[in-house]
Ligand binder design. Sequence first.
Ligand code: DGL
Length: 274
Amino acid sequence: MNDTAHMPIGIFDSGVGGLTVLRAVRERLPGESLLYLGDTARLPYGTKSAQTVAAYALAATRRLVSFGIKALLVADNTSSAHALDALRAEFPGLPVVGVVEPGAAAAAAASAHGRIVVAATESTVQAGIYPRAILHSRPNARVTQLACPLFVSMVEEGLVEGTIAEQIARHYLDASFSGDAAADCLLLGCTHFPPLAPLFARLLGPQVAVVDSATTTAMVIEDLLALRRLTNRSGRPGTIRYLATDDPERFARVSGVFVPWTLEAAEVETIDLG
Ligand code: DGL
């Protein structure tokens, strides 16, 4: 095993939601160390322009690279939509994986009749990258997009079930999932939406596949590490280190919505991206 294989995988998100992707990677690759950076000071990315998001993603990646990482996983959908080309251009030797293509492939495979709805942030919807990626895998699919900004704040408040959550979910989803042309697959194109998956599944019923990108993204990173001979084969469990650009107390508290383990504020290091 070469020295680089011992380095962590860098995982970047605009905030805490990317922990759903970290969890999937942890479950699939327990021997890999993970360095997670949540840019909580600048969240939300989902309402910002492509240029701003790309600049933020570059700044975050520069910092992760300065710590030493062997690969980068962009858990943030909005950055995956706008910044992958810029990241690959600035770090040509660094394997970079985003969540859009794995999520699109999962939806294309899970949809019974190819009638797919992508729920995402406003900025991801504007990029139009999910429909392109889904149509690449399944050219005759019918793909529609829904910008659902309220889901982000709702989940940060821990509102994942109950009357308010249900009413907001219905507000966004009812029109696309009713009538003769109802969709049969909901792709969660935002880090904050997986905690709402049980609610969506209950409201939409068994004929609708609710899909997120975390598991397929973990599979992509596993294959990529193997291909580049970067898999950590030490046999020891990997470590997890958390970095945030704002209040560690809030990061630790909100993390409970996304992962089933408890995080203490003292485990979260605060950094400044300038
Ligand atoms: N992480 C963002 C995404 O997946 C959602 C939160 C935000 O808007 O920053 O698109």
